[in-house]
Design a protein around this ligand. Structure first.
Ligand SMILES: [Zn+2]
Length: 501
């Protein structure tokens, strides 16, 4: 004996009323029964959940189904998909699995039959239930739009065409056509990689110096080059699932990211578009690219200026141990922005000096504040005078409207008020420039002294230095332009220190 269990779930929102959805599902399952068991399921074996509860406790009909499979010899329960029985809730999943497993009742869906006394079926069923809402939405989307089918036909379904191609519609299907200007750059990238066997970073700087621009950014980076060198789209293939959005639950928040998929979980199909690169060239490049991810042996911070020291171009300066010689700090976009590197020691000495200067400036300001507090009062006074002028102007208009003032008198008086207003606005600007925000200078000076002490302490580790530095310093900006871009000279670097407010 087989029974049918019907339930409308949140997934069916927009699919019609409860009875419409249940009717449609019943038809699907009855058709399945007819072709597989040779007859329809009888009315007394059809269970329709009308209430919308998600848990077993809230669904009286599923409880009746579970009772029946335990009391009678039921061969199987037909549902449109596993999630109709339960979704997400751990203890409910357990209840369902135990009930079906120990009564040897099959769970039958039009696409698969689950025998929960079988280990693999159980695992599969379990994972189906645990996948939850997001996965179902995702599957639904794929099925609705036929995205996967579209990919296997060789269409390009991404939103942004890869560099070297434009996206077009051919016979109402999206595909790619070669963008000849960009394609030349792609060819050049592969040629440089093979013929000159230079790395992605070197290729990027070569393109930058030749004046070739990527589509959106101002310059090429090593990672944008690597991305191109690894993309099989250039040999006429379509890559699917390369970077799917992954949702993670972290510290109470859903975080979405698009990590690169592990090889094997993404698929490559033959595309409809023209290749730019020959397969031979492409494969040669692949074997040259290092496939191994960088392994960070220790997560201990080595750069006391991490997250604080930035190159003039905005990029964080990176710390490079040099083996036997001194570690250096350099801008990863050095080739592009032209700022040369310096040794860590040089920068540290300069930071100590700059912070010393900042402390002296703060001390001077704190003295000045005590003297110049009057400017703060001046601002308030001018502001109230300005308000008075405004109300006098309002009055003028009233008098003009009431016919008390002639046009002439109005113009004359209004002109005077306008002049006064302009004068006041000017004074306000000056007073504001001279007035000082109320800052606790003492506290800032103390904190900066702490930074100096720790930077000068040879026993302090990078992490502690970094933590203290970040407490009071927002950013240190580094500039080192040399006279000649390509040749090294001794132009000193400059540092600008920005404090946290
Ligand atoms: Zn830079």
């Amino acid at each position: 004996m087989y029974i049918i269990y019907l339930r409308k779930s949140r997934l069916d929102s927009g699919a019609g009323t409860v009875s419409e959805v249940l009717e449609r599902h019943e038809k699907i399952l009855q058709e399945y029964a007819k072709s597989n068991f040779g007859c329809e399921i009888q009315e007394n074996c059809i269970y329709r959940e009308i209430v919308s509860g998600e848990t077993i406790k809230d669904r009286p009909v599923i409880q009746a189904v579970l009772n029946r499979i335990q009391e009678e010899d039921v061969d199987g329960v037909l549902v449109v998909d596993p999630q109709r029985l339960s979704r997400g809730d751990l203890s409910d999943c357990g209840t369902i699995i135990r009930a079906f497993r120990y009564t040897s009742t099959l769970i039958i869906t039009p696409t698969k039959t689950y025998d929960l006394s079988e280990k693999f079926d159980r695992k599969f069923f379990e994972s189906e239930l645990m996948r939850g809402n997001d996965y179902l939405e995702y599957v639904k989307e794929i099925m609705l739009r036929g995205r996967l089918a579209s990919v296997s036909e060789g269409n390009f379904i991404g939103s942004v065409p890869p560099y070297g191609y434009d996206k077009v519609m051919v016979d109402k299907k999206p595909t790619l056509v070669i963008n000849s200007a960009e394609a030349d750059v792609v060819r050049l990238i592969f040629v440089l990689s093979i013929k000159e066997s230079i790395g992605a970073g070197a290729i990027a700087s070569r393109l930058n110096s030749l004046g070739f621009l990527p589509r959106k950014k101002d310059f090429w980076t090593a990672s944008s080059i690597t991305e191109i060198l690894r993309n099989p789209v250039y040999i006429g293939k379509i890559r699917w699932n390369w970077r799917k959005t992954v949702k993670k639950y972290e510290n109470g928040e859903i975080i979405t990211s698009r990590p690169k998929s592990d090889s094997g979980t993404w698929t490559v199909t033959q595309g409809k578009h023209q290749p730019i690169i020959s397969e031979e060239t492409f494969n040669k490049v692949q074997s040259g690219i290092k496939n191994h991810p960088r392994i960070h042996k220790s997560k201990k911070l080595v750069n006391p200026f991490a997250g604080v020291l930035r190159c003039e171009c905005g990029t964080a300066m990176s710390y490079q141990p040099q083996g036997k010689s001194e570690p250096r700090l350099h801008c990863p976009h050095q080739q592009h922005c032209g700022n040369k590197s310096a040794t860590y020691k040089e920068v540290e000495d300069a930071v100590i000096q700059s912070i010393g200067t900042v402390i002296a400036e703060l001390k001077a300001k704190s003295m000045k504040t005590k003297k110049d507090f009057s400017f703060n009062d001046a601002v308030k006074k001018i502001e109230s005078e300005l308000k008075t002028v405004e109300s006098q102007q309002d009055k003028l208009y009233d008098l003009l409207e009431q016919g008390i003032y002639t046009n002439e008198i109005f113009m004359q008086r209004n002109g005077k008020l306008k002049a006064k207003q302009q004068q006041l606005e000017k004074s306000l600007k000056n007073a504001k420039a001279l007035s000082v925000p109320e800052i606790d200078y003492e506290e800032k000076i103390l904190a900066l002294h702490e930074v100096l002490d720790i930077l000068k302490n040879p026993d302090a580790d990078a992490g502690t230095k970094n933590t203290l530095l970040k407490k009071s310093v927002k950013e240190i900006r580094y500039t080192r332009h040399t006279e000649n871009h390509t040749k090294w000279d001794n132009t000193p670097f400059t540092l600008e220190v920005f404090l946290k407010l």
